[in-house]
Design a binder for this molecule. Structure first.
Ligand SMILES: [Zn+2]
Length: 335
């Protein structure tokens, strides 16, 4: 999540909350037959961005603000060796904060406070039209430790995301049912399966080769599409099997499965028995998939997230709490 904090009289961070992911929309009909839709409210959007902050009650004197972050004496070794440098692509001003050079986007507008926001691009600062630059600089120094911490966190997160960016070429690896799969481009390979075929046994490195029926001249897009299509087929078969496994245990009937690709939710269920599951769940180990399947089927019994609902989930997936946490895995491939 992009971080932001306007300067407020108490110097407290103002956290912009995104609208809740889960929503229950009532549609015409009796209460029992009401078409209710529930979504898993398990995790935050992959790349949520808070907008640059909106104005708040203005402090008359910024210099009187007390920082709520303790001053951090000393800097990380890395920073001491080569000073950190951050540059917003639309930077127009630059400031030195605890030895780090921070180039930031600066804008003035109809607002009453100085606001800071750290997003994927870096630091942006907004100030009222007539605030002297010296006051802006003072406010920046005041919040230096917060700004540097957020910039470092953002940089770290981006590095992590880059690591999970699959380069679609021969030898690329990605998680599949909790194991590591390595693609092998293999146009000449004669196999019965459509598009691709997974080896039954892992190789010496513990990796499962996936033979993809494409020549070495295939473009990254062709490879990606072929692998995605294969993964979606596996996902559908897997989910149907698990729905059929859990439905009788929960004494519910599911009617229809559709695969979704929404970035922000893993699944949803409607009281008419239709289930939506995110095909990317197939990256997780089976136990995690089973939890999501059981969660959605449990909604066919209990249409909310009440204690009775969680009791229902627990009856078929006793360790659901731990599995639920696994869904936040930051190492999932980016598609
Ligand atoms: Zn739910």
């Amino acid at each position: 999540m992009a971080s932001q904090r306007p300067v407020s009289p108490k110097g407290r961070p103002k956290v912009k909350r995104l609208p809740p992911v889960g929503n229950a929309a009532g549609v015409a009909g009796s209460v029992g037959a009401a078409l209710l839709r529930y979504t898993l409210d398990l995790f935050e959007p992959f790349e949520a961005q808070a907008p640059v902050d909106t104005a708040q009650a203005a402090p008359k004197n910024i210099a009187n603000l007390t920082p709520d972050q303790p001053f951090v004496a000393g800097q990380p070794l890395q920073q001491a060796i080569s000073p950190a440098h951050y540059a917003h692509p639309k930077a127009t001003r630059e400031v030195r904060l605890d030895g780090a050079v921070v180039a930031y986007a600066f804008a003035r507008g109809k607002r009453r406070t100085i606001g800071f926001a750290v997003g994927p691009d870096g630091l942006s600062v907004r100030a009222p039209r007539w605030t002297p630059l010296a006051e802006v600089d003072a406010a920046l120094q005041e919040k230096a430790s917060w700004i540097l911490r957020k910039l470092a966190e953002t940089r770290e997160r981006q590095a992590r995301q880059q690591q999970t960016q699959v380069v679609w070429q021969d030898g690329a690896e990605f998680p599949y049912l909790g194991q590591t799969v390595r693609m092998v481009l293999d146009a000449g390979h004669g196999f019965a399966a459509k598009g691709a075929q997974l080896a039954a046994e892992p190789n010496a490195q513990g990796v499962l080769p996936l033979h993809v029926a494409l020549p070495h001249t295939a473009t990254p897009e062709q490879i990606r599409d072929a692998v995605q299509a294969w993964l979606m087929r596996q996902a559908k078969a897997n989910f149907v099997q698990r729905l059929d496994h859990f439905a009788p245990q929960l004494q519910v009937q599911w009617k229809k499965l559709s695969l979704s690709n929404a970035g922000t939710r893993w699944g949803s269920a409607k009281s008419d028995g239709s289930i939506r599951l995110n095909w990317r769940l197939i990256h997780f180990r089976q136990a995690v998939i089973d939890y999501v399947v059981a969660h959605e089927l449990s909604h066919l019994r209990v249409m909310d997230h009440s204690p009775r609902f969680w009791d229902t989930v627990r009856s078929v997936v006793p360790d659901y709490a731990e599995l639920r946490g696994s869904l936040k895995d930051p190492t999932l491939p980016q598609w």
